[in-house]
Ligand binder design. Structure first.
Ligand code: ADP
Length: 485
């Protein structure tokens, strides 16, 4: 009989406990699918200020773990809870001085000064906790720069431990860069700071370390795994990734349909499915009411996004005036760069009967937008996977997106042949420019008027299956490879 694979899934955010973006959703759902695929999987993450013991029924399991990082004495404790709707244990690394803060990584657009100490501590705590748990993972699955020191520690300080590592890059634009003078804060020897190690143009680059020192590297879509090996998308790490191309895989993220399904969604006012798609109109009305927009049948374009250049805000604001002269409404939800907050606030005043701008984080509104919109805008310059288009499919909301990364992998563009085959699920534009974005939106709006064709696109999206079943199997295959199983 096959031995169960023990997997420790490490993530700096896990929905519903903590979330700034897609990684939270992935960490809150993939482990459940891994458990379903037969793994003994456990999750470990920091215990941030917002994670309350009473709300999430957490119990303290280890009172104090103390150790040294370089010359620094550190100590933390460990809490345990469960991923909702499952038996998957989630361990929370607790240390008030590092994790009881207003935000998770930065405040007012400025990274916390001590992020290197915070996440060196977290990574060390992960490895020390294993010793106390009496449970040995075959593979530690790390995610993004915040956990990238774990593979390094396993090759250095903890080299007697025989644990495989799989490292997932969710966005190569975030690398965890620090001044070289801070190296001692990681507890690593100075010989790691060289071009074959974690040095990157005179700085410490944690993501680079994760890429080099992990057994296998994955990213979140096949197209993105190719893109990041090129100069245009690699953010300076294309060479390092090229060297690891044999061990680099692209696996599309899945969706937690327990959370994102209009037939069972508690956040929306009317529930619906393909068979009762007419009821989606009720969600549109509810969204318009919530956002103070007039109740009309005209198309509503939704957008939920971090407000960043990566997400295509730069080309969107250029066409905003033209868009607002069309017979449409638009609802935006997002937080991010001050410059975009300011620009959008101005548009909000200028077009108050057509445009709803919501500059905060609100999961319920996110669900209402998915359900109540007709179209969903994802003009990202680059997009490692993107979850919004997958949620949109399920809610019968048609994505208009830039043909890049996971968007290119998951959206079937509207063409005569994809329509004839009932395969089209959205509208893609290839060239990243305001003009091409506008053209794609205009095309989608003209097709919207052709109800029969529109229904075909909506139905194809709603029928698509992006559950975690398939990606989970691919991860299990890689875990086996890493653990020699
Ligand atoms: P990224 O991780 O790059 O931000 P993804 O598309 O992978 O982008 O995931 C974004 C996730 O965060 C989606 O679940 C989206 O609905 C959610 N989200 C983004 N901004 C907000 C917000 N302001 N309020 C609520 N949810 C948000």
């Amino acid at each position: 009989m096959n031995k169960k694979l023990n997997i420790l899934y490490c993530s700096p955010e896990v929905t519903p406990f903590s979330k700034t973006g897609g990684l939270g959703d992935v960490a809150g759902s993939l482990p459940k699918a891994l458990a379903g695929a037969g793994c003994d999987v456990r999750v470990i993450t920091p215990k941030y200020a917002g994670i309350k013991e009473s709300t999430h029924k957490l119990k303290k399991v280890i009172d104090s773990i103390s150790f040294k990082i370089g010359k620094r004495d550190e100590a933390g404790s460990l809490y345990e809870g469960k991923l909702p709707g499952s038996k998957v244990p989630v361990y929370f690394v607790s240390c008030d001085k590092y994790f009881v803060r207003k935000e998770m990584y930065q405040e007012n657009g400025k990274d916390y000064e001590d992020n290197l100490e915070r996440f060196s501590f977290f990574s060390m705590m992960v490895l020390h906790s294993i010793e106390k748990m009496g449970w040995q993972p075959d593979v530690i699955h790390c995610n993004d720069w915040q956990t990238a020191l774990i593979p390094l520690y396993l090759k250095t300080t903890f080299k007697e431990k025989k644990i495989g590592t799989l490292f997932t890059i969710h966005n190569i634009g975030y690398q965890g860069l620090f001044d070289k003078e801070k190296l001692s804060l990681t507890g690593l020897d100075s010989d790691i700071f060289n071009i074959k190690g974690i040095e990157y143009f005179g700085k410490i680059n944690l993501l680079k370390g994760g890429i080099i020192f992990s057994d296998i590297v994955t990213t979140v879509s096949p197209v993105y795994s190719k893109e990041i090996q090129t100069k245009d998308y690699g953010y300076g790490l294309e060479g390092v990734l090229n060297e690891r191309s044999k061990d680099l895989y692209g696996i599309i993220n899945g969706v937690d349909y327990d959370e994102w399904d209009p037939s069972s969604d508690n956040h929306i006012s009317v529930r619906y499915s393909i068979k009762s798609i007419g009821r989606k109109k009720g969600c549109k009305k509810d969204l318009q009411k919530n956002c103070g927009l007039p109740l009309t049948d005209r198309p509503v374009i939704g957008m939920i996004s971090r407000l960043d250049d990566q997400k295509g805000l730069d080309i969107l604001v250029e066409i905003m005036d033209e868009l607002m002269h069309l017979d449409i409404q638009m609802v935006m939800l997002g937080t991010g760069k001050t410059i975009f907050h300011n620009i959008l606030k101005k548009f909000k005043v200028k077009y108050k009967d057509k445009l709803s701008v919501n500059l905060f984080f609100d999961n319920t509104l996110a669900h209402k937008i998915e359900a109540g919109s007709d179209l969903f805008l994802i003009p990202s310059k680059y997009e490692p996977c993107g979850l919004s288009q997958l949620y949109s499919f399920k809610y019968g909301t048609v994505p208009v997106a830039h043909k890049t990364g996971g968007l290119a992998d998951t959206i079937t563009d509207y063409t005569p042949s994809t329509i004839a085959n009932n395969k089209a699920t959205g509208f893609l534009f290839s060239h990243y420019s305001p003009d091409d974005l506008l053209k794609a939106i205009l095309l989608s709006l003209s097709v919207y008027e052709d109800k029969q064709t529109w229904k075909k696109i909506v139905t194809a999206g709603m029928k698509s299956d992006f559950s975690w079943k398939r990606p989970a199997k691919e991860y299990v295959r890689l875990y086996k490879e890493v653990s020699g199983g």
